[in-house]
Design a protein around this ligand. Structure first.
Ligand SMILES: Nc1ncnc2c1ncn2[C@@H]1O[C@H](COP(=O)(O)OP(=O)(O)OP(=O)(O)O)[C@@H](O)[C@H]1O
Length: 386
């Protein structure tokens, strides 16, 4: 973070829970739920007890498997999802107090403008029946009504050119469906940038792109971040993408597991010196991070126990990863670890008792037997890192 004293977004003790409205629960009468052992109105712990800051011109890459709470955390950070408890502040103002008129020092409109989102499917933010120019005029008309048509067009053409969409006059007249996936994502980024936001939440924004196009779009994010001084919250299930973005921008990687932030640190710390056993699983499942070591590692068992991935409606007691962790001991089942500062030169925090030399973890009984590991030939990469 560029200025630790003045975060743009500040998250404190954040919980976001949902009532489970899955089909099975919503259509099952209560007498049958009882028989099937389904919990009535089970609560999904999408995000639990997370605190973090996002500074100016900062990059935070959130990684973790599907359902770990990345999107929920990101959307709550930009004011799209309401916290169940805890707070999310934009420049010292509780976003939901502002939204509900309890803080009128700034307007909610101002917050909405400052915190933008781009999605995995850029088409969802763009109207397919309008030209690129017409699509990009929408935010400018809303937020800069003082501009006339020629001024709007001038700004849009300049940004198209800057983001590598050339010739801009030609592309401005095209319809969205006439653009490639990479071009659509660039236009979605321009749409977000045109309102001069302070933070852009990019939710799996490169996942749908061909591998060859991903680097180009990530480079564009980095270039735009520098030019516009915009902070990025970048969500990805892929540790390699997270490393690329956070590493090149001097940002951080946050690793999530079952609704909790389990490790947070600079990209190099997370990649070169991972502390949490779950981060080591993600690293194992991302061989492109270090192809030389990966070849050896793939011959060994993955560092995770062979069990069904727990459910966010009923997270395990104590450390949530203890049911899969190869290092789990009795203390992990009984107590929840705090977010301990790791012993390294760069900022690095880990939610694991192994960071505390004199923790009773070290004296408690092992929970793991040798047969409990995945066969390396049968592990499903998508379950480890998807
Ligand atoms: N509106 C909602 N109502 C009920 N449950 C929800 C809702 N939104 C998310 N969840 C649940 O919250 C948990 C976290 O979901 P979330 O989408 O934040 O995870 P994620 O890490 O972004 O996953 P993915 O990569 O699959 O999008 C999941 O169990 C999900 O099913």
């Amino acid at each position: 973070m560029s200025d630790a004293d003045d975060p743009v977004i500040s998250v404190r003790d954040l919980d976001v829970h949902f009532e489970d409205s899955s089909m099975l629960n919503s259509v099952t009468p209560s007498w049958l739920s009882d028989r099937l052992g389904l919990e009535e109105d089970p609560t999904v712990h999408a995000v639990d007890d997370i605190s973090l800051d996002l500074g100016e011109n900062d990059v935070l890459a959130l990684v973790g498997e599907s359902g770990s709470g990345k999107t929920t955390l990101g959307k709550t950070m930009v004011g799209l999802t309401r916290p169940t408890s805890g707070s999310v502040e934009y420049r010292g103002h509780d976003i939901w107090d502002v939204r509900e008129g309890e803080d009128d020092e700034i307007t909610f409109e101002e917050i909405r403008r400052s915190l933008q989102i781009i999605h995995q499917d850029p088409g969802s933010a763009l109207n397919p029946y309008r030209s690129v120019l017409e699509n990009l005029e929408v935010p400018l008309k809303r937020w800069h009504p003082e501009l006339n048509y020629a001024e709007r067009r001038g700004r849009i053409l300049k940004l198209l050119e800057r983001t590598g969409i050339s010739p801009p006059e030609d592309y401005a007249e095209r319809y969205v469906h006439q653009l490639s996936g990479g071009e659509q994502q660039r236009v979605a980024l321009i749409r977000a940038l045109l309102v001069e936001p302070e933070v852009i939440l990019a939710d799996e924004a490169v996942s749908a792109l061909d591998v060859s196009l991903r680097i180009g779009v990530m480079d564009l994010f980095l270039e735009m971040q520098e030019i516009f001084d915009t902070s990025f919250v970048f969500i990805s299930h892929d540790l390699a993408n997270a490393r690329y973005l956070a590493g090149k921008s001097g940002g951080k990687i946050g690793v999530m597991y079952l609704g909790e932030l389990v490790e947070l640190g600079t990209a190099e710390e997370i990649i070169q010196n991972p502390k949490h056993p779950y981060t080591k699983v993600l690293q194992w499942a991302t061989p492109e991070l270090d192809p030389e070591q990966a070849e050896q590692a793939m011959r060994e068992s993955p560092p995770v126990r062979k069990i069904d991935i727990p459910d966010a409606t009923n997270p395990p007691s104590g450390c949530r990863f203890h049911t899969r962790c190869p290092k789990a001991r009795e203390a992990c089942r009984e107590q929840s670890p705090e977010f301990y500062e790791s012993d390294s030169d760069e900022p690095h925090k880990t939610k694991c008792f192994r960071e505390v030399d004199d923790h009773e973890y070290w004296e408690s009984e092992d929970l793991v037997d040798e047969d409990a590991f995945e066969e390396s030939s049968t592990i499903d990469d998508s379950s480890a890192a998807d």
